[in-house]
Design a protein around this ligand. Structure first.
Ligand SMILES: NC(=O)c1ccc[n+]([C@@H]2O[C@H](COP(=O)([O-])OP(=O)(O)OC[C@H]3O[C@@H](n4cnc5c(N)ncnc54)[C@H](O)[C@@H]3O)[C@@H](O)[C@H]2O)c1
Length: 351
């Protein structure tokens, strides 16, 4: 587990941390949008001595760069710059940067210290927490990766002010997931909130608490319990890959919300979740997204991706399902036809 998570509206604690640690070099990994919108806000709090030590490594923004090619580019730069093991990598960005940067740091010289400074809602409440790092490979999401925690996570929720609305909604998707699998009050709170008036500090704190309490019981996903965090992701990841590799990417959270509709539908059809609660879930999610229909010719693509899902075993497909809002179960075998039925049900929703 990470040693400490700081949630603030400034970076004073980060400056103090970097002053005490005395790293030889500090590598700041970020993308072009984060450089444009967030770097100045970070530098305001850092002393000149620390700023002098920082080397910026910038990549282009977007899920399509979360791949091996980007890793090789960065490892090349780190080696050419002779970055030693007593240096620090700061992953400053959304989930793409924290997933990618955590992976690069964990393998460079068999592991170099890294910290996460998330800049999107999704990375503040989910991607930067819990130690999962990785990259996409062969059109499969997070196919290659490692579980390894940053030494600290510094969250400044004021960085959310420059985040586009669609990215805020993407983060809300994962918060709604926490509500559905674990905490009905959180679900109700988000569903009944005006997103322009949300108390981010409270919501971020609450979401992280839920994620950590699940991760703590099964940090390396050896026993199954951590799979609960994957509700909506079996079908959601396949939808995300489908749009990404067909050059029309949608946000991670939007894909997960579509996945949660399908997987709530399956929960109902299989007799775990009652129809009324399924309708409440559907109405709640439709407050934030519009349904994207998936043509029948692409169903096989989606199924093939799902066959590679990390929760599968014995060549069977297993899902996390809901018993009710706030309670989930895992390792439920679901066959291909039911998955296709759920995508047809998604296609038949009008909004
Ligand atoms: N490791 C985990 O446990 C975990 C959990 C959930 C999701 N993820 C991964 O996270 C990724 C999605 O993360 P994301 O939604 O943060 O996407 P992202 O990193 O692509 O960021 C979204 C967009 O916002 C921009 N941006 C970032 N911060 C900004 C700011 N403050 N102001 C303006 N623009 C800003 C980025 O440049 C990008 O264009 C996916 O790859 C997903 O698989 C990982």
């Amino acid at each position: 587990m990470s040693r400490k998570i700081y949630i603030n509206n400034n970076f004073y604690k980060l400056n103090k941390f970097l002053k005490i640690k005395k790293y030889t070099n500090i590598i700041l990994l970020l993308d072009n949008n984060v450089k444009k919108f967030c770097l100045k806000k970070l530098y305001e709090y850092l002393s000149n001595n620390i700023k002098k030590k920082i080397l910026l490594l910038e990549i282009k923004s977007g899920e399509k760069y979360k791949n091996l090619k980007t890793c090789i580019n960065i490892w090349n730069k780190l080696t050419n710059l002779k970055i030693s093991k007593d240096s620090l990598i700061i992953n400053f960005g959304g989930g793409v940067i924290t997933d990618l940067g955590g992976f690069i740091s964990s393998l460079y010289k068999r592991g170099i210290n890294f910290i996460n400074i998330p800049t999107t809602l999704l990375s503040m409440i989910d991607a930067s927490i819990g130690g999962k790092n990785g990259i996409n490979f062969k059109e499969l999401k997070n196919e290659i990766g490692i579980i390894n925690n940053p030494i600290s996570i510094f969250i400044n929720y004021k960085l959310l002010f420059s985040l586009p609305q669609k990215e805020i909604i993407s983060g809300l998707g994962e918060i709604l997931k926490y509500g559905l699998i674990y905490d009905k009050r959180l679900w109700n709170l988000i569903i009944n909130s005006n997103i322009n008036k949300i108390n981010w500090k409270f919501i971020i704190y609450k979401s992280i608490k839920i994620k950590l309490s699940i991760v703590k019981k099964d940090p390396y996903e050896l026993y199954g319990y951590r799979k609960k965090l994957n509700f909506g992701h079996t079908i959601g990841h396949a939808i995300e890959s489908f749009y990404l590799y067909n050059k029309n990417p949608i946000t991670h959270g939007e894909a997960i919300m579509l996945g949660m509709i399908c997987e709530s539908w399956i929960s109902n059809i299989k007799g775990y979740l009652n129809k009324n609660e399924y309708k409440i879930i559907l109405k709640g999610i439709l407050k934030y997204i519009k349904i994207k229909k998936i043509k029948k010719v692409f169903f096989n693509y989606i199924i093939n991706i799902i066959k590679n899902d990390k929760k599968n075993f014995n060549n069977k497909i297993y899902f996390v399902l809901l018993k009710k809002i706030g309670e989930s179960i895992y390792n439920i075998e679901i066959n291909k036809n039911t998955i296709i039925d759920s995508i047809n049900a998604l296609n038949n929703i009008n909004n």
